[in-house]
Design a protein around this ligand. Sequence first.
Ligand code: COA
Length: 263
Amino acid sequence: MAYENILFEVKDGVGVLTFNRPKALNALNPATIEEISDVIDRVRKDDSVRVLVLTGAGEKAFVAGADITQFPKMNPLEARAFAERGQDVFARLEQLPKPVIACCNGFTLGGGCELAMSCDFIYASDKARFGQPEINLGIIPGFGGTQRLSRLVGRARAKELCMTGEMIDAQRAREIGLVAKVFPADQLLDETLKVASQLAAKSLVALRTIKLVVDRGADVDLKSGCAIEAEAFGASFASQDAREGVAAFLEKRKPEFKGSLTS
Ligand code: COA
């Protein structure tokens, strides 16, 4: 698939998807959502991509939401279908069995915030702004925002953000647990890629298992979550990476993790 709205490149095990509609502050139109979907399929199948990073082109925005210019022509059924398609693609991103980092370089609003929350964690520039401003258009978030935001920052804060449509800065987003780390704008991408490279050198099998266990555990009680963890801990001992990691420690050398998810 040829991309018109995004760029995608892979270097040393790290795939970087860049939203590339800077004139519309990288807003998500339906075509962009299909392009994201295509990248997800590629990354899922190709183990030479071990980590995925999402970022925005230009100085101003990660993604400033869904593309509002398409809204006037949408009827309620089309709007619901648009929300369901976005939710489906973001869920597949969330379930990608590899680490996904949102590198939020500017406005991260509406669908942009919902997209970032579907990643494993968010790194932000000190210039980034976060929010769910749909209320100001007389509508509500539709790509999982009401659900993921409340799970990340608590129901009261989620309701406050969705009801006021307020934009918060990166520091505040870090304080409430939405953002993991904040970097100066000119260092954000390098710092994110540094962490992505570190993850790319780790065991893909173990990374996948951490992601699965944390996400499955979030939906169940503590006892059931710990049972899932114990099962997965046991299973992790069967991997070639586990043998390599433990042997490397005992032999006082760096491990070389070669485990693949596809073979
Ligand atoms: N959809 C479509 N176009 C968008 C957009 C969106 N979500 N967000 C920004 N743009 C466009 C603007 O219309 C403008 O286009 P123009 O130059 O053709 O007029 C361009 O991007 C630059 O945006 P502008 O509003 O001029 O920049 P700003 O710095 O003054 O304000 C924002 C930035 C993010 C505060 C403002 O653009 C905004 O509120 N965007 C909408 C955010 C939103 O409601 N998202 C949720 C959608 S459901």
